[in-house]
Design a protein around this ligand. Structure first.
Ligand SMILES: *Cc1c(COP(=O)(O)O)cnc(C)c1O
Length: 419
């Protein structure tokens, strides 16, 4: 390596650090769960920052199924799907996801990041237009960049702006509206009814990335399109197996049979990256079995979410990311669905100039007292809108939730005393 390049890398790392943006990874000493060990604390801590919504990451039947998959099908495929990387369980999982989501067919990727990286370039070209919410996940942004289609961006959940962008893209051959089902920093649902109405009015397609919803949102856990009753109006669904559905890894695109077939022929992360490991496929199938067999975990998750929201509100915390802080009311065109149950992502707001420091101190104090939560500040969220993002799980008990609220109250008091 040249000295100049080494110096450049060091200087970049120093810049990241000087801006306070260095990410430090905490080492977990147990399986993922509602309670975990962390290397920086002697006792177990309550974990309120995983995407383990249904608590399936260490669920015995999921682990057992993965172990059986390992024994029956081996450790790895050492191949991409189309050469010699497809076993019966891979097809079974794709069929299972299609049946669950109510679609024709599904194609597995090694991650949802890869699904989003591959889906656009395979289906759209320079004559087409992709119209994307400004808060969409990084993998959607990258996937759209990899495609030659014209790019349009609309303000978060702003239907007036979406309509304007659809107009601006009117000359395109095909238009597709792309949105996260849930915006992960706010725990807010995309207004899918309104998005589908606008898409219909403009003959546009709709793609929803339901990574933060599949398995637990909606009556049957089928996600945001079920929640809003628009399952038959969403053309393409992407999602992850790495959150509620066991939390291992893998992603998918689901939709019309021919579209999925074209992705099998053309999607580059599918064609040129290894098959999902057989044990992960087997465990994910078991996770889907659990989701289908019982609504108990979904109900527990919802109770925990509602309990947390009501106790925190009572304790005087601000849980509304849209009105908290100096920026005040949301844009006039923004549609925030409020007639649906709250999402388990719950932002605890620390608005204003000193919010980022306060949120950081509160989170530190909470970890020292056995509750693991993560603060987020600019540039991950807008300036003046710092927050601690709490993620509820079915793995939590009511007592766990109450302990979390108590820790917030104690940490707020302690942090204000040390001002
Ligand atoms: C987590 C997430 C992804 C990435 O999923 P992986 O399977 O971990 O790559 C993609 N999109 C959204 C909206 C997500 O929340």
């Amino acid at each position: 390596m040249t000295d100049a390049f080494a110096a450049h890398v060091r200087a970049t790392l120093d810049e990241i650090d000087a801006a306070g943006l260095t990410k430090r990874e905490r080492v977990i000493t147990t399986p993922q769960g509602g309670q975990i060990g962390v290397s920086t604390a002697d006792d177990r801590v309550l974990n309120f920052c995983a995407n383990n919504y249904l608590g399936l990451a260490d669920e015995p039947s999921v682990v057992a199924a993965a172990r059986e998959g390992l024994d029956a099908w081996g450790f790895g495929m050492a191949s991409v799907r189309f050469i010699c990387g497809t076993q019966a369980p891979h097809r079974a999982l794709e069929n299972r996801l299609s049946a669950f989501l109510g679609t024709d067919d599904t194609i597995l990727f090694s991650s949802c990041f890869d699904a989003n990286a591959g889906v656009f370039e395979a289906l759209f070209s320079a004559e087409d237009a992709i119209i994307s919410d400004e808060l969409n996940h990084a993998s959607l942004i990258d996937g759209i960049r990899l495609c030659k289609a014209q790019r349009f961006r609309y303000r978060n959940a702003d239907m007036a702006d979406l309509a304007a962008q659809l107009e601006a893209a009117a000359s395109a051959r095909f238009r597709i509206v792309v949105t996260d089902g849930v915006f992960s920093m706010d725990g807010a649902y995309a207004p899918l009814r309104e998005i589908c109405d606008l898409a219909d009015a403009h003959d546009a397609l709709v793609l929803v990335d339901d990574s933060h919803a599949v398995g637990f949102v909606g009556e049957g856990g089928r996600g945001t399109s079920e929640l809003f009753g628009v399952a038959d109006r969403v053309d393409l669904l992407t999602g992850t197996l790495g959150k509620a559905l066991g939390g291992a890894s893998g992603g998918y695109v689901s939709g019309r049979a021919d579209v999925v077939e074209l992705l099998r022929q053309r999607a580059r992360p599918y064609l040129f990256s290894n098959s999902v490991a057989p044990s992960v496929v087997a465990g994910s199938l078991a996770a889907l079995d659990l989701v289908d067999a019982s609504a108990d975990a979904r109900a527990r998750l919802r109770e925990n979410t509602e309990l947390f929201r009501s106790l925190m509100t009572e304790a005087g915390f601000d849980l509304d990311p849209f009105t908290a802080g100096p920026q005040g009311a949301p844009a006039a065109g923004r549609v925030i669905p409020t007639d649906v149950p709250p999402h388990p992502i719950t932002p605890v707001m620390f608005p204003g100039e000193d919010g980022a420091r306060l949120a950081g101190r509160v989170a530190e104090h909470m970890l020292a007292h056995g509750v693991y939560v993560i603060p987020f500040s600019f540039p991950v969220v807008p300036r003046g809108k710092a927050r601690i993002r709490v993620q509820l799980s079915a793995a939590h008990t009511g007592d766990d939730v109450r302990a979390c609220v108590d820790a917030f109250v104690a940490a707020r008091a302690a942090s204000q005393e040390t001002e």
